[in-house]
Design a protein around this ligand. Structure first.
Ligand code: UD1
Length: 350
């Protein structure tokens, strides 16, 4: 991998976890709608370099890549110090499975916290001013009032994954407090799903997925079996409620957040935004939407509740709408339709 800035004087954005699900969709948006030089860092622990090829096919543009584990601080400093004109960092790289974090919490603390403190130390050392952090609605825990706003008090996290996001937010808050020049946006994703409308890229599942939508699409092609984790919750149909949001809408929010920081539009040096549609959707409703758009009947069973799950959560997204001028475009049916299209691409290639 070469580390040169493709065009002299161009401002560079570092995207960590750029081969991953949300990172790859965000690089597409960055290449299409900005003039930044993009450098992706990934160690492929839960992703594949095939994403890079797809990004190039979709955008017709090139970007640089670096195979690096952010937990290796020495290597991180050596490699990244060669890069000039870094204007911002978008930090996606992290483990992201709620159930996995319940059974193996330490790997979540080790990976998610060390990578964050290392990249933040580098940003401080290099005086990089703009930082965007992938947070999650899991920071709210089981909130008392719905929809949650950014000011809703954070309850105890239900999983180690959610806790690493709470700790990550705290770390960034303290770093910003100590450095008035350092600006951060914390993006609290609700449930990112779906795939790029082209059908050429989506999530490449390396292992058995834990998230609902890839399990639904794999079940539809006979490669998995779907269990609904609980139908005895205090919700309208007994299944958990989530705010599903299209991954391309999430990607678009990152470009807007970056321009917000670079354009000095932020009012404080830490800004927090909920990224959800504002619609609470039950697991059973999500299944019905998939069945409608795909024309496939899903066989599923009802099982026990999953440890670490919150019962219901959905966003008040007014702040992102007014401050970032971000309007989610895609409906639940669009999300399911694009996930289905992507599954068919994977089938055709397998
Ligand atoms: C959580 C986070 C989300 C984060 C995501 C990353 C919360 C509320 N949300 O999503 O912000 O982006 O992790 O992975 O913490 N389900 C089934 N059967 C299955 C799989 C899932 O019924 O086989 C149900 C779950 O119980 C849940 C819903 O589907 O109610 C969504 O689950 P999943 O897709 O795993 O995402 P979350 O854990 O909600």
């Amino acid at each position: 991998m070469l580390l040169r800035n493709t065009q002299k004087g161009m401002q560079t954005i570092i995207v960590t976890g750029g081969a991953g699900y949300i990172g790859s969709h965000t690089i597409i948006e960055l290449l299409i709608s900005t003039n930044f030089n993009v450098i992706s860092i990934d160690n492929f622990s839960n992703s594949t370099s095939r994403s890079y090829q797809r990004i190039k096919e979709i955008t017709g543009k090139s970007f640089e890549t670096l195979d690096l584990d952010l937990c290796n601080k020495e290597k991180l400093y050596t490699q990244l110090s060669k890069i000039k004109n870094i204007i911002g960092i978008i930090h996606f790289a992290a483990f992201k499975s709620v159930p996995e974090s319940v059974t193996d919490p330490l790997s979540y603390y080790n990976n998610n916290i060390n990578s964050l403190t290392n990249i933040l130390s580098f940003a401080q050392q290099q005086k990089i001013k703009n930082f965007i952090f992938s947070s999650s609605c899991s920071v709210y825990g089981n909130a008392d009032d719905l929809p949650v706003t950014e000011n809703t008090p954070l309850k105890t996290a239900e999983s180690a994954y959610g806790h690493t996001k709470q700790i990550g937010e705290d770390i960034i808050n303290f770093v910003c407090k100590a450095n008035a020049e350092f600006n951060a946006v914390l993006l609290r994703y609700f449930n990112p799903v779906g795939a790029h409308p082209s059908g050429k890229i989506g999530e490449f599942p390396l292992n058995r997925p834990n998230n609902l939508v890839p399990i639904i699409t794999q079940t539809a092609v006979g490669k998995n079996s779907l269990t609904v984790f609980g139908n005895d919750f205090d919700t309208r149909d007994g299944s958990c409620i989530r705010d599903y949001i299209h991954v391309s809408d999430i990607a678009d929010a990152h470009v807007k957040a970056l321009n917000y920081l670079i354009g000095n539009k932020n009012k404080k040096n830490v800004s927090v935004f909920n990224l959800g549609t504002g619609n609470g959707v039950s697991v059973l409703e999500a299944i019905r939407s998939f069945e409608k758009v795909s024309g496939k009947k899903l066989n599923y069973t009802i099982g026990a509740r999953r440890e670490g799950d919150v019962v219901a959560i959905y966003a008040n997204n007014n702040l992102a709408k007014t401050e970032l001028i971000w309007i989610p475009k895609y409906s639940l049916d669009d999300m399911m339709g694009s996930a289905w299209k992507w599954q068919q691409t994977l089938e055709a290639e397998s």
